[in-house]
Ligand binder design. Structure first.
Ligand SMILES: CC(C)(COP(=O)(O)OP(=O)(O)OC[C@H]1O[C@@H](n2cnc3c(N)ncnc32)[C@H](O)[C@@H]1OP(=O)(O)O)[C@@H](O)C(=O)NCCC(=O)NCCSC(=O)C[C@H](O)C(=O)O
Ligand SMILES: [Mg+2]
Length: 286
């Protein structure tokens, strides 16, 4: 199990950010070649990012590279260079269909990308939301769906409002698609880096929905994000008691038991094991 509570974007052209990220407690990093990099800096950013990935300086964390979109003048060269650097994943912005995923998969294979380089597909257009199931199932190499809520809101002509009502249908459709396909799914970013309260509220909402974590843009968003998406001490304790109580019930020939007055069946034991597995994976990571 890979914890992906906090996934930090950093601009690929920004040497200070690339350096600083080595010491930041993000579960995963996305070194960006797309929207955070100006056209004049694209080639330099590509070189810097590939060198940073090859350096192995980011420890145990997952390191992904977001390439420029399919059809842009940089996309093919980005994919070739990133394939050689061999990050854990390549993030494809504005994926719109399974055909896009197949094209990226073929290009990575042709460029000699290692098998461990997964594809993360960004869902950030109305067409992609409506085809989320097809995209999520397009390839075994595709392991994560990533919401791009800025682009999505732009394309929907939606407004950013507390509670995100205009986006909830899209978030739900993407979650359904990811879970049905057995893939991970990450929420989009929160733009106001000074609004700690609004950010944490959005993290809680995303966790309640079922997201594995949230993409973030600033170091000060990491601690609250990691905290909200991690199992709490109380949840870990409850999970242990659920497993113990159920095992004892099974030994006594019963298939159902109560813990704290609530019914516990096998499915709750599976949930409890997932909680403990995530807690252990987080322990190993940091
Ligand atoms: C949002 C920022 C531009 C804010 O920058 P700034 O005002 O310079 O931040 P601070 O001065 O508060 O920074 C304090 C220190 O932290 C370092 N820092 C800041 N951000 C990062 C980062 N992302 N990774 C690593 N380090 C970071 C600064 O260097 C300072 O360090 P020090 O020198 O030691 O004081 C900025 O945070 C930023 O650029 N964030 C990332 C933006 C980005 O990558 N955007 C693209 C991805 S999001 C997206 O595309 C959305 C999606 O596609 C969609 O459609 O929704
Ligand atoms: Mg975007």
């Amino acid at each position: 199990m890979r914890p992906r509570r906090s996934v930090l974007y950093l601009p690929g052209a920004n040497e200070r950010a690339l350096e600083k990220a080595k010491g930041l407690p993000a579960d995963a990093l996305v070194l960006d070649l797309e929207d955070a990099v100006a056209p004049d800096a694209k080639v330099t950013a590509r070189q810097r990012v590939c060198a940073a990935v090859s350096s192995g300086a980011y420890g145990e964390r997952e390191v992904a590279v977001r390439v420029n979109g399919i059809g842009t003048e940089w996309h093919d060269d980005d994919l070739r260079a990133v394939a050689q650097a061999g990050p854990h994943a390549v993030v494809i912005p504005k994926v719109s269909s399974a055909t896009d995923v197949h094209a990226v998969e073929d290009a990575l294979t042709a460029a000699g990308a290692p098998q461990h380089t997964a594809i993360w597909a960004m869902i950030e257009t109305p067409a992609a939301v409506l085809r989320a199931e097809e995209i999520a199932n397009a390839s075994t190499r595709l392991t994560v769906l990533v919401l791009g809520t800025n682009d999505l809101a732009k394309e929907l002509h939606a407004e950013f409002v507390p509670g995100r009502a205009p986006l909830l249908t899209s978030l739900s459709l993407c979650l359904l698609a990811a879970r049905a396909a057995g893939k991970s799914i990450l929420d989009g970013v929160y733009n106001d880096v000074r609004d700690a309260e609004g950010f944490e509220t959005e993290c809680v909402q995303a966790r309640q929905f079922g997201f594995d974590g949230k993409t973030v843009i600033h170091p000060n968003q990491l601690e609250p994000c990691n905290r909200v998406f991690a199992p709490s001490e109380a949840e870990i304790d409850h999970a242990r008691r659920v497993i113990d109580a159920f095992e004892q019930a099974m030994a006594e020939g019963r298939g159902v038991v109560t813990v704290d007055g609530r019914m516990v069946e096998n499915l709750h034991v599976e949930q409890a094991r997932r909680v403990l597995g995530l807690a252990e994976a987080i322990e190993r990571l940091h």
